[in-house]
Design a protein around this ligand. Sequence first.
Ligand code: FE2
Length: 304
Amino acid sequence: MALHRLTDIVLGVPDVDATIPFYEDFGLEHVGAGRFATVDGGEQLSLVARDRRALVELGVGCDDADDLARAAHDLEHAGFAPIVDADRVTVTDEGSGVRVRIEVAPRYAQGSAVVPASNGPGSELRVNERAPGGQRDGTVRPRKLGHVVVGTTDVEGSERLFVDALGFKVSDSVRKVGKFLRCSTDHHNMMVSGAPVKFLHHTSWQVEDVDEVGRGASQMLAKDPARHAWGLGRHNVGSNFFWYLRDPAGNYAEYYSDLDVITEELRWEPREWSGRTSVAAWGPPPPNGFFLPDDLAEKMMAGS
Ligand SMILES: [Fe+2]
């Protein structure tokens, strides 16, 4: 099975028009009608109207028609009921409510980011010039969609679909919470997290480096400080720098950089994290309700 990346997501929000400016300010290119593009991934976000916020659809790219046929076979063999079309295979993860669409897509061909030289004790690699990260003034533009984290009411069922049937690999896990899964060389492309109700926790978008994480969030907060959710920090699981902002519907959107990359399965040992270390290596404490947002109770009451 040669899944190789996430392609795009369809995000349901109650008010599409009120949500568009958030993702424009986030640095995604609005190509019209609530559809947004990243620099390296093309159109990767579509906003659609839904009564309550939700991740409606997740696109996963594979290499060729043989991969599609294999996905259909493996899903059926595992007891799922995929819809098989000529150019795609779709299946719904009942635990999270996410429709997964597998389709043939080109692999990423990202141009290399220039890593700025930095200075430290006994190592002065940048002399007689200012740090580039402090000199930038353009709008931060996410390079690609990196991962999504969804709440599932059926962790085992969701893992059976993504891991056993579709072949996502387990990179790390957090005890009693869930597993970080990858379908590419990125440490994680998705996490399914046990929750009392199905919901989208966050989407995550790659930027060049920690300066872009900080600059992106600063630009967002300059327009509306209430968008701040959590950051700046560095995760232990995946190692990435992070800063989370909250969109008008209540979804978190994360800028990230410097995520772990796994190219050789045998050289990576998945680890089970727990307690404080599973939250972050450093950074401010997460705000109350960050992991289980306040609107979940309302969502449960509505039975959606
Ligand atoms: Fe994340």
